[in-house]
Design a protein around this ligand. Structure first.
Ligand code: PLP
Length: 352
């Protein structure tokens, strides 16, 4: 058995498989800034079709994709509405303010899920003192929400309301693939409720780099210019697009395995005194949990698990995240669960 640690810190830690590397090595390429890369073009067409949108743009990261979307839908002095724990607000280095001159009005969702009723009174009246409300950003699955799948009927209700009030809708779908597999709801059925949708290939799908922003042709035309301005124009990017095409063919259905492995970890956390799943039900591949003070801090617990070859991500003073992904086998998930049960139970016994 390998002694390599079981790395549950993030689903971004995966390395491209041998077959994915082979697809990358043999990709037909050209200069994508000239629009000449056939593999990038193929990927963009494929993702646009999958999401039922007119056009798509391949970009280096989910962050760039989201921030281009914010720029597309706003002008400086505007405001967007989002959940207080969303990635766009928390983990994109203040992008909306820094890159678009936009304020984020954060609303407390339940594990990232906003209800229409929470948004209905958030549109600013037109008044020279006030920012102008322009955009709603949702996240599915929700990272800090513990991998929660956004119920589609809630999205539909928010979208109907947003359209009625001329607000644009953007989806941060970094893990939309997980929502698709968890529910059986097709990509285009989710995407129809949004003007723009960002999806990532470098999380559960296991590619080294890459996201796409999809939307109407006119917006994606502008998005291409913004990508260039942000320094995201790539040349022979077909090597990366080939990995994404490979992942679309081979790595979507298998996300169900990651979801099963997350349940194995969740069971171990439920069985361990001092650990509490947060949210209590695990729906996809992200397992967030809280640490009772008698076990120490999250850093203490992460260090204890590391000693036994299991890496988790410290997300707060008393909270941790474990992610399952392509590079975690069923046996490794079982082993990690065993480590959680045994090493932390012992720790409670010693501390008590
Ligand atoms: C929900 C969500 N959106 C966006 C991103 C940003 O992706 P990237 O790291 O490619 O910029 C992440 C990254 O983990 C994420 O979890």
């Amino acid at each position: 058995m390998s002694d390599a640690p079981i790395d549950l810190r993030s689903d971004t830690v995966t390395r491209p498989t041998t077959s994915m590397r082979a697809a990358m090595a043999t990709a037909e390429v050209g200069d994508d800034v000239f629009g000449d890369d056939p593999t990038v073009n193929r990927l963009e067409e494929r993702v646009a079709a999958l999401l039922g949108k007119e056009a798509a743009l391949f970009v280096p990261s989910g962050t760039m994709s989201n921030q281009i979307a914010v720029r597309l839908h706003t002008v400086p002095g505007d405001e967007l509405l989002c959940d207080a724990n969303c990635h766009i607000y928390n983990y994109e280095v203040g992008g909306p303010a820094a890159l678009s001159g936009v304020t984020c009005r954060c609303v407390d969702g339940e594990f990232g899920i906003l209800e229409l009723a929470q948004l209905e009174d958030k549109i600013r009246p037109i008044n020279e003192h006030l920012v102008i409300t322009k955009l709603v950003c949702l996240e599915n699955t929700h990272n800090r929400g513990g991998g929660k799948v956004y119920p589609i009927e809630k999205i539909a209700a928010i979208s109907r309301w947003a359209r009625k009030h001329n607000l644009a809708m953007h989806l941060d779908g970094a893990r939309l693939w997980n929502a698709i597999v968890a529910t059986g709801i097709a990509a285009r059925d989710w995407a129809q409720h949004f003007d723009t949708v960002s999806v990532c290939f470098s999380k559960g799908l296991g590619t080294p780099v890459g996201s796409t922003l999809t939307g109407p042709k006119a917006l994606i035309f502008r998005a291409r210019r913004i990508r260039k301005q942000l320094g995201g124009g790539m040349r022979q990017a077909g090597i990366l697009a080939a990995a994404a095409l490979y992942a679309l063919d081979h790595h979507i259905e298998r996300l169900a395995e990651d979801h099963r492995h997350a349940q194995v970890l969740a069971e171990a956390i439920r069985d361990t005194p001092g650990l509490t799943l947060f949210p209590p039900e695990v729906e996809t591949n992200l397992v967030w949990f809280r640490i009772a003070p008698e076990l120490g801090t999250a850093k203490d617990v992460a260090a204890a698990l590391k000693q036994h070859g299991v890496l988790v991500h410290v997300t707060g003073p008393q909270s941790l995240r474990a992610c399952t992904h392509l590079d975690v086998s069923a046996a490794q998930a079982e082993r990690a669960a065993d480590v959680i049960r045994k090493s932390l139970r012992k720790k409670v016994a010693v501390t008590a």
